[in-house]
Design a protein around this ligand. Sequence first.
Ligand code: SAH
Length: 207
Amino acid sequence: MVAKQIRARGISDTRVLEAMEEIPRHLFVDEALLNQAYADNPLPIGERQTISQPYIVALMTESLELTGYDKVLEIGTGSGYQTAILSRLADRVVSVERIASLSSKARKILDRLKCYNVLTVVGDGTFGWKDEAPYDAIIVTAGAPEIPKAYLDQLAVGGRLVIPVGGSNSQNLMKVTRRSGEKDDLEYEELGGCRFVSLIGEHGWKG
Ligand code: SAH
């Protein structure tokens, strides 16, 4: 998976590649889909949600430019697969999920993999998670109609936000970097087209 789908498509951050080699993706996939766990596409994880395609996980993770010392906020725990990758690359991860059953299932696997630097919480992640702000990196793994303001407010100086923005069927993967402490000193970059399930909540799509 890592050689053919990820390295071959231009992901070169060795820490990201190593983390993706280490975390067993099949643990996050239903037994009935085990034979597809390492395939080049997203897979259903129940509750009409999906675990992202491996390449997209790699692209988003690399874009966060993690050093090992960062505090990361993730919105959309889902299966917990992306969370586990972040756990290996960051100092601390706060992961918010709106569906309690997905969050508790993910927590069990994260414990099994000894991802003890991850706090999993249930709630509406369109508010971010103020308690531990600011964050060096914020990753949103559900598609938003526009960027919720809370994410920009909770981004540290020098911090990176990666979020799919657009319609409910397809989005553009956006990267936003906070250049200074001044209010709107933000740099926007487009990373390409993508297709995520919807970010549902007060500052997202209405469920
Ligand atoms: N990163 C996940 C992908 C999960 S799919 C993985 O690797 O498996 C997106 C997830 O975002 C879904 O589980 C969905 O329930 C969740 N989600 C959608 N809107 C949300 C919100 N407002 N707050 C928190 N989680 C949300």
